[in-house]
Design a protein around this ligand. Structure first.
Ligand code: GUN
Length: 309
């Protein structure tokens, strides 16, 4: 392993350490802590884990966190009604509707619900107004995962301006905002996706390569330029022993730990890339903790911005 490990857990702890006194200052100035309201509809097991982690981190940083749990049978109107109620609540600073919503609500429900959130409380940065502001380089609330990647690059001293950056994946949550944030910082950016021709030729050109597609081990050493910075946003839970053995090796520590727990999470980037890249994020312990730290930051920023109006 030769690449420098970009430690997201350490970076997230530093960000949270900086937020804590600002949260306390807000609380003493306004007589209440900045508040985050999380709407969790249904009982998707992964969503429950993510929401639990967001709640714990928020409380540890001094935020007020309320989790509103609604049954999987909730109607679209009931979910929208809860969002409208939180929009009107003057003590609510941030609203996060955990994705995915139950499939029974229909394909368009998620977009309708995200669109209904008051943009000044949109701590996910998913509202079209906030996305438009990001396109123009003047967003105050932007998507947490790509914002976390930028924090990690900047705090690790990795230059962005003038580099060639390649983003694999064009999701609204990660790929598109990631590309915009890199462009804003003067990288030359290419977005790749399932229809990209000769993907390895494109990715081999990258000084900064970000993968966000959720396909275990997809980015192989042959796709990476020597010395590149590789950011792995993929987090795929797996209970497939064969897959873990083929990615990490029969005698790897990861397989030993898998054998104890029966599951693990794997990234988009093949472990062999550690021997080619100059710097790289691990999975777990890379981008994941940063997403939560940036959610807390967005909640504080939303509270401060609303209080200053
Ligand atoms: N589900 C997985 N990631 C996210 C996220 O960043 N925000 C929301 N709202 N739901 C998610």
């Amino acid at each position: 392993m030769s690449a420098t490990r970009l430690d997201g857990t350490l970076c997230a702890a530093a960000i949270r350490g900086e937020l804590t006194p600002r949260v306390a200052a807000f609380a003493s100035a306004h007589g209440r802590a900045p508040s985050l309201h999380i709407l969790l509809v249904g009982d998707d097991p992964a969503s429950k884990v993510y929401v639990g982690a967001k709640e714990r981190a928020g409380v540890e940083t001094g935020l007020h966190v309320s989790v509103h749990r609604m049954p999987a049978t909730s109607t679209r109107e009931a979910v929208l009604g809860m969002v409208y109620q939180l929009n009107e609540d003057a003590t609510c600073d941030g609203i996060l509707v955990q994705s995915p919503l139950p499939a029974a609500l229909g394909k368009k429900a998620e977009q309708d619900v995200f669109d209904a959130i008051n943009p000044s409380k949109d701590v996910d940065g998913f509202h079209p107004l906030n996305v438009g502001l990001l396109v123009q380089g003047r967003a105050t609330l932007a998507a947490c995962t790509p914002s976390g990647v930028i924090e990690l690059l900047e705090r690790s001293g990795i230059a962005i301006a003038g580099t060639r950056a390649v983003v694999i994946g064009r999701s609204e949550i990660v790929g598109k905002p990631m590309a915009l944030m890199l462009l804003q910082r003067d990288a030359t950016v290419t977005i790749c996706h399932s229809r990209t021709k000769d993907l390895p030729a494109v990715t081999r050109d990258a000084d900064i390569l970000v993968s966000a597609i959720g396909r275990p081990g997809f980015v192989t050493p042959a796709m990476v330029k020597a010395g590149a910075t590789v950011i792995d946003v993929g987090v795929s839970p797996t209970s497939d022993r064969q897959q873990v053995a083929s990615l990490f090796g029969d005698r790897s520590e990861r397989l030993a730990s898998f054998d104890k727990k029966g599951s693990t999470v794997v990234g988009d980037v093949h472990p062999g890339v550690w021997d080619v890249a100059g710097a790289m994020t691990p999975v777990p312990g890379g981008v994941g903790p940063l997403t939560i730290a940036l959610l807390l930051k967005n909640t504080l920023v939303a509270a401060e911005s609303r209080a200053a109006r």
